[in-house]
Design a protein around this ligand. Structure first.
Ligand code: SF4
Length: 344
């Protein structure tokens, strides 16, 4: 039996070598593998029948082959150009993906899980529970979908959508490989964002990725962090920071800390002072994200003056810092806030 059944491994996510082997197994010459690779990853076809360089009879005989593409279930378009997609997977589950265009970039915020088990208090996704991990092709598909919709090359990818990427490391690493080697997106233009899973940051360091690791800190003290991120109960702040220090030491790469600014809770200069104490002595950068209110929870956004004071307090202590604002507020592009954040 060939792979050409609806239950077989989808072709999306497979390397040039694997696709070539598959075509040869189908009795086709090896160069057809290269054509398949190009039509899958560069032209973004959704079915084999679209690959017009293949013999028509062969396409008809293989019309059940699973490429692994989703269907677009819904689009929400913001005036700033951000588009949030709800994508329907083969099993009927729905995930969210956000395309964020700027003059110079097209960034995609991808999901790594259907739902999320981390239950962060400020996050819309966390309120909905967890269903399952996404597979490699389901992550790659999100990028190709946005690329096809915008008719433009995706330049940057952030794993800040639904899910905690470090609970799905193997598939995330598989997707990073495919997006880099098959789709052609620079490894340094991809960012994995995590709230921190014990042991996984050190594990990631062993892969010597060129991609950026962003750790969502959101608080400089354990008590408040546990309130915001319940999973932090199993992962004391000191242990998380120690793992981050090891990551920088092992990889030689700067690490990013995401910090959601919540009015009156963690946005005062003494919080900045406490944060600076934790981050002293290793290469890092802090992204401050003024909170974007969502209807389900009761946190507030700080004023611009409060944001400025926090920035100054960090700068005085020699911490590299930038402020990022969420895009697409009106399309509720809101996994935690981070999903739709990018350099403003
Ligand atoms: S913020 Fe991220 S890790 Fe936390 S619940 Fe939302 S999706 Fe999960």
């Amino acid at each position: 039996m060939s792979l050409s059944t609806a239950t077989a491994t989808p072709l999306l996510g497979q390397s040039l070598q694997d696709l070539t082997t598959w075509m040869q197994d189908q009795g086709q010459p090896g160069y057809r593998g290269k054509q398949l690779h190009q039509w899958l990853y560069q032209k973004g076809v959704r079915s084999l029948s679209e690959i017009t360089v293949f013999p028509k009879a062969w396409r008809e005989a293989n019309q059940d082959v699973t490429l692994g593409r989703s269907t677009i279930h819904h689009r929400s378009i913001s005036p700033d150009g951000t588009i949030k997609y709800l994508l329907k997977l083969a099993d009927g589950n729905i995930i969210e993906t956000v395309g964020m265009p700027t003059q110079r970039r097209l960034t995609v915020c991808v999901s790594s899980q259907v739902g999320c088990p981390m239950a962060c208090d400020f996050c819309a996704t966390g309120k909905g529970g967890f269903l399952r991990n996404l597979q490699v092709h389901e992550i790659v598909d999100q990028v190709l979908t946005v690329q096809g919709e915008f008719r433009d090359r995706v330049s940057n990818i952030v794993f800040m959508g639904m899910g905690e990427p470090l609970l799905n490391v193997d598939n995330v690493l598989g997707a990073l490989r495919c997006l880099n080697q098959d789709v052609g997106i620079g490894a340094r233009s991809m960012t994995i964002s995590t709230v921190g899973i014990p042991g996984q940051i050190r594990r990631l360091a062993q892969h010597q990725l060129q991609s950026t690791l962003a750790v969502s800190l959101h608080s400089s003290n354990q008590t408040l962090r546990e309130q915001l991120i319940p999973s932090a109960r199993q992962y004391p702040l000191e242990a998380l920071i120690a793992e981050c220090r090891d990551y920088v030491k092992l990889t030689g790469r700067r690490l990013t800390f995401e910090y959601l600014l919540l009015a009156g809770l963690n946005d005062r200069p003494h919080h900045a002072e406490e944060l600076a104490r934790h981050l002293r002595g290793f290469q890092n950068h802090v992204n401050l994200i003024p909170y974007n209110p969502i209807s389900e929870v009761d946190y507030q956004r700080p004023t611009p003056q409060q944001v400025d004071e926090f920035v100054e307090a960090l700068k005085e202590r020699h911490i590299a810092v930038s402020v990022r604002y969420s895009k697409g507020l009106d399309v509720d592009a809101a996994c935690g806030q981070l999903r739709a954040s990018q350099e403003s």
